[in-house]
Design a protein around this ligand. Structure first.
Ligand code: GLU
Length: 603
């Protein structure tokens, strides 16, 4: 992985300026103010490119790169790196994720799998306590060295720049360096996440030094700086990604996992992990074909395994295909939506894992003929008791009601970030990345300013599929199954929508629901995102936002019961309108609202 010098994005860097001069610019202290000039709004419309991300600083960083002629890939790396500063509990160098790219030149959608991997010393018993022979409690495993996978974000950023960028890593890191150095006003959402994590952040001296100065979460509105992270980004800007995947940053990272930086007054002694510098050196972000299905005149592209996002969104839509839900009574249409995802989730649990380790029948799961058999006996007036059993995509057989089954309880994590970018050339990025839980493992790499993920807890700790093999057990070098569902939708061969969300296993249903709201129910994109959400993941009750339960009393008559959850997902989306206009849409209220912006607003 090398740092390429292409076109600079710093105001001082223009084509033709020598490498030496540019490097000096990288090294000199930042002078521009980190304060964004952008208003924080959830919806924007206009021309010339667009960004929707969690924070105003990250959206501004992406728009600035677009204004300077960068591609959507260049801008996306600037957004992602800045989120590492301003959204540090869900993003950054310690995280991993999935990157979808629509390339306007070829007219094709490509993906990068930047998921974390298990270290070479991991095996199926990764989460089994050797002292007892029993699996660790989930609550203990999440704050341990065992949970940390090799982070994939930086490799993803470099791969995206190599394939589709015009700028260098050193250029696109500049906005993030500036914000980390100068600080940003502490957001209520970040403050709340730190408070939520206070007990475990206190266990690590490096984490409390960064997030609990004086023993408390920084007050909302105070300037929050991260000079260690600015220094780390500068080191990457200067020496390339090898500083991380094998160099000094990587050595510090591996050391933090193998010898947890516990505070002198720590009250717990979590197990160390084995992640090594060699594991970092071996890491690659993988080029991968997207999933694809056609649905009601649109082409839906998603993330193939190791994520279950593309297959589960796709299978659900294929099941819904023949029910014409857009022309039904809304309550019955939602009944079909809930039943379709219930069936698709059963298949997700049974078949989807890292395809380099298990045989995932991706094409069969996404075939219209399998969906026909799977959905053939959805009862139009009655919810089938959940959990239901998986089908057999390779040998679907005749139309039979799916028998009841045992299924693992889905996770309830809600802790990722998703953002979208488009440029004036028509390229589009839809990128979901995460540390897994808010604050990941809780471990900040000492002196480096970033948290480490706890993504390996997305593996099943013990087999979940009864006598059938479980596709998602840990193994050396394996990637845990994800639900991340970055999606790009084409219509008539041109980009129409880009969408995605955080939310653990509810990500899939959030994306699915937004798609049917827009495609079948013909809601505007802002309304499709704002609509209350419900998530049926093959569980006895449906997880739903209270407003969804109130708005849809008729669903009880179908036998659906609900478990309320305050918020589901934090979506970000784009729609491509006529005459080159873009509608950029974030959340109005969820996670206290997100930030949409366009290069040239239309009003
Ligand atoms: N680790 C989760 C996944 O890959 C995402 C984390 C979250 O959204 O809470 O599916």
């Amino acid at each position: 992985m090398r740092v390429r010098r292409k076109v600079g994005v710093c105001s001082a860097s223009v084509v033709g300026v020598t490498v030496v001069a540019l490097t000096a610019a990288v090294l000199s202290p930042p002078v521009a103010s980190a304060s964004p000039t952008l208003p924080k709004v959830p919806v924007a419309q206009g021309y010339g490119g667009a960004v929707v991300s969690d924070t105003v600083e990250s959206t501004q960083a992406g728009l600035d790169v677009l204004r300077r002629g960068g591609t959507a890939a260049d801008a996306a790396v600037a957004v992602a790196a800045t989120l590492g500063v301003t959204d540090p509990n869900v993003a950054g160098l310690g995280a991993g994720g999935y990157f979808l790219y629509y390339d306007a030149r070829s007219g094709k959608v490509y993906t990068l799998d930047g998921r974390e991997t298990a270290p070479a010393k991991a095996d199926q018993n990764l989460f089994v306590n050797p002292a007892t022979g029993q699996p660790y409690a989930f609550a203990d495993a999440v704050t341990s060295g065992l949970s940390v996978g090799v982070p994939g974000n930086l490799a993803t950023w470099q791969r995206a720049l190599d394939r589709w960028g015009k700028f260098d890593m050193s250029d696109v890191l500049q906005p993030a360096i500036r914000v980390a150095e100068q600080g940003f006003p502490m957001l209520p959402a970040i403050h709340d996440q730190i408070v939520l994590n206070q007990a475990r952040f206190k266990q690590f001296s490096s984490t409390s030094a960064l997030f609990l100065p004086g023993g408390q979460a920084p007050a909302v509105g105070t300037n929050f700086r991260n000079p260690d992270l600015a220094k780390t980004y500068r080191e990457i800007a200067r020496h390339g990604t090898r500083a991380f995947y094998g160099g000094p940053i990587g050595r510090d990272l591996a050391d933090a996992v193998q010898h947890l930086p516990l505070a002198p007054d720590a009250t717990v002694k979590p197990p160390n992990g084995t992640l090594s510098v060699n594991d970092l050196r071996a890491y690659r972000a993988l080029d991968q074909a997207p999933t694809h299905i056609s649905y009601h005149g649109a082409d839906i592209y998603g993330m193939a395994p190791s994520s279950s996002g593309g297959t589960t969104v796709g299978e659900s839509l294929n099941i819904l295909d023949k029910f014409d839900i857009g022309n039904r009574d809304r309550t019955q249409a939602l009944h079909y939506y809930l039943e379709a995802s219930k069936l698709a989730y059963a298949d997700r649990g049974r078949y989807v894992g890292d395809p380099r380790f298990v045989n995932v029948p991706t094409d069969a799961l996404l075939s219209k003929s399998y969906a026909e058999v799977r959905g053939c006996n959805i009862d139009p007036i009655r919810a089938r008791p959940a959990p239901v059993a998986p089908g057999n995509p390779l040998s679907p057989g005749p139309c039979m009601p799916p028998p009841p089954s045992v299924a693992a309880a889905p996770d309830t994590e809600v802790h990722t970030n998703h953002f979208v970018v488009a440029d004036s050339r028509g390229n589009v990025v839809s990128y979901t990345n995460t540390l897994e839980q808010f604050g990941g493992s809780g471990i900040v790499v000492p002196g480096r300013g970033f948290l480490l993920n706890n993504e390996l807890t997305d593996f099943n700790f013990t087999p979940t599929q009864g006598t059938a093999p479980d596709p998602n057990l840990p193994a050396a070098g394996k990637r845990p199954r994800s639900s991340m569902s970055p999606t790009i939708v084409l219509r008539d061969g041109k980009p129409w929508l880009a969408v995605g969300s955080p939310g653990g296993s509810t990500i899939i249903t959030t994306v699915l629901q937004i798609l049917i709201n827009r495609i079948d129910f013909k809601q505007s994109l802002p309304d499709a995102l704002a609509a209350p959400r419900a998530s049926q993941r093959n569980t006895p009750t449906v997880t739903a936002e209270p407003a969804f339960i109130t708005a849809n009393p008729g669903l009880a008559g179908y036998g659906h019961t609900f478990t309320p959850q305050d918020e589901i997902g934090v979506a970000a989306a784009l729609e491509f309108l006529d005459h080159g206009q873009i509608l950029a849409v974030g959340e109005r209220t969820r996670r206290t609202g997100t930030s949409a912006g366009v290069v040239h607003p239309s009003h």
